[in-house]
Design a protein around this ligand. Structure first.
Ligand code: RIB
Length: 291
């Protein structure tokens, strides 16, 4: 089966800083590195490294051809990544000594993806394929609607959080992944508890406290413990989690097994500095047991 990912592709400029800068502050970084990122690209790389066939749907400018090539080198099917006449998206990421980050995004080509191109890409799929999106591209609701009509399992990772963006895709979703703060924001925006959202499966990630899985059909509300690690950089850990969960489901694992594997992948990811380029592969994840 295929995981289709309507997803962002960014050049990530990662600055190691003593603390996250405050308003009006000028701060000297200790180091800087540039690599492949974007929540979409990170999820595609994670799912491909976990063993799935991933077709990324997205766009870059001329300045981002390296990013498309790199996705291909990492095993992602890049035939549905367009080259447009606008700059590639990029992110300025500050990471402090505790591994926490602050991210500034410029969307660029990520907001210029054509709905026709999305339709063409999805028409190559089949019932039971997975479609995943995050909130860093345009055309999310059109893609969700098309994916749902084609019988795909439609998944949304609600980051960066925007209540209106979630509302627009909610009627088409089979699967929603969001963190604790995003879950509270969604509850406030919709006036409903997260378990009453009318989505078959919901995962709320809780950082070092683990994750919660809510399954509407069985009434399951299960907690999963996180592995203990010393964080170096939390950037991309959530994306790694999502990519690994989807890949595990695509490969026929149960949701419980998928979440356990994805928690392990995310835990290993926070011990590494960087984003897509350092996402671990399945062998590394299976060998990892935390502190
Ligand atoms: O989730 C981490 C990602 O957010 C980074 O790779 C950055 O590009 C932003 O999209």
């Amino acid at each position: 089966m295929t995981i289709f990912n309507l997803g962002s592709i960014n050049a990530d400029h990662v600055y190691r800083v003593p603390h996250l800068p405050g308003a009006g502050e000028t701060l000297a970084a200790r180091s800087m590195q540039t690599g492949l990122g974007g929540k979409g690209a990170n999820m595609s790389v994670a799912a491909a490294r976990a063993g799935s066939h991933v077709a990324h749907i997205g766009a870059v400018g001329k300045d981002g051809l390296w990013a498309r090539d790199r996705l291909m080198e990492y095993g992602v099917d890049t035939r549905h990544i367009a080259q447009l006449d606008v700059p590639t998206g990029h992110a300025i990421i500050n990471v402090d000594d505790a591994g926490e980050n602050a991210i500034t995004l410029l969307s660029g080509a990520n907001q210029e993806i054509s709905e026709d191109a999305i339709g063409q890409a999805l028409s190559a799929g089949q019932t039971g394929d997975i479609l995943v999106m995050q909130n860093e591209t345009n055309a999310q609701s059109a893609a969700a609607k098309a994916g749902s009509k084609l019988g795909f399992r439609v998944c949304y990772a609600a980051a960066p959080f925007d209540a209106d963006a979630v509302k627009a895709v909610l009627p088409f979703l089979d699967f929603l992944i969001l963190n604790e703060v995003e879950a509270q924001q969604l509850e406030a925006a919709l006036g409903r508890q997260i378990e009453d959202m009318d989505v078959a499966d919901i995962i709320v990630t809780l950082g070092s406290k683990g994750a919660r899985w809510i399954n509407a059909a069985s009434g399951t509300d299960q907690h999963f413990e996180a592995l203990k690690v010393t964080p170096v950089d939390t950037t991309g850990a959530g994306d790694t989690f999502t990519g690994y969960v989807l890949s595990a489901l695509d490969r026929g694992l149960s949701m419980g097994q998928a979440i356990s594997l994805a928690m392990r992948a995310a835990a290993l990811m926070v011990t590494r500095m960087g984003t897509a380029d350092v996402i671990p592969d399945l062998k590394e994840v299976e060998a990892f047991s935390g502190l």
